[in-house]
Design a protein around this ligand. Sequence first.
Ligand code: RP5
Ligand code: MG
Ligand code: MG
Length: 279
Amino acid sequence: PVLHVKARCSQYPGSNVRRCPVPDDKVDWSQSWPEYAPVNHTSPVVEKKPVWADPDIGSFSPKFNTLDGNVDRTSFERVYEVRDGKPLNPRGRTGVTGRGLLGRWGPNHAADPIVTRWKVDAQGVKMHHSVSKQPILQFVSIMRKDCGEWAIPGGMVDPGEQVSLTLQREFSEEALNSLSASPSEKEEILKRIIKLFKSSGFQVYKGYVDDPRNTDNAWMETVAVNFHDESGNSVSELPLQAGDDAGQVQWVDVDSSFPLYASHSYFLELVARERKAHW
Ligand code: RP5
Ligand code: MG
Ligand code: MG
C-alpha cells in the first residue's frame, strides 16, 4: 500500500543532488541491475555529527536489526539485509546511497499524531460532503518549513523514548509551539495535551514511510496514531500555534484531493475509512 515513489523523487531535498533514476521494474533488490549507479550523498549537516546522527560506518559498528543501546535499529517491515556493512532499504532502490538528510543508518523511527474532529457549521451541526454525502473530518496539519508541504505534525523518536511520549511532544512542539512558551504556558499545554492523549488513540499505521529523504541505506518508519475529539470540545479548544520545524498550523479538511507530505495522505485515508468519514 505505501509505495516507494517520493523516495525516488529526482531532486534530493535540501541539495542539488539528482537521484539516479530507478524505473519501477528495478526498484526491488532482487532484480539484478549491474549498471545501477546511485549517487552517494550524506548531507553536511549529518556529517557534522549532531547528537541525533550516527557516525560514519567504519568508525563505528552499529548493531543492525536489534535494539542497539537506546537506538532502535529494528524495522517494522522485516529483518533488512546488510550489504558491505550497510543496511539496505527494505522497499528497494532509491538512486542515492549514504544517509542524505537522515541521521541513522537503516530505519529512522518517527511518530505521527493525527488529531481529528468533525467539521461543523455555525450551529455546531456536522457537515456532510456534497458528493460523498459522508461527514467531513478535520485534522491538525502543519506546513513543514523544510519543503513547504502540508503534513502531520510528526517527528523523530528520541533514543529510549516511548512512542506515546513522542506523539505528545511533537504535537506540542509543532502545533502548540511549546518550545517557545513560558513555564506557566508550558504547564497549561502539558495539562491539556495529557488529557487529550490520555485516550489510547487508534493506531492507524506502523511501518515504512515513503519519505523524499529516504536513501538506499537510510529510511523513515513511523507509528501513526489517531486521537479523535468526537464532541469537539477538547482538542478543538486548544489554541494552535506553529513551532519548531512547522511554519504554519491549521485544521484541514480530510479529503483525498489535498496533497500531503510523504505517505501522510495514505494515513488519513485509513483514518477516514475507520471513522466512516468523507475521503
Ligand atoms: C515523516 O517524517 C514521518 O511520517 C514524520 O511525519 C516526519 C518525521 O521527520 P521530521 O518531521 O522530524 O523531519 O517521514
Ligand atoms: Mg519536530
Ligand atoms: Mg516534524
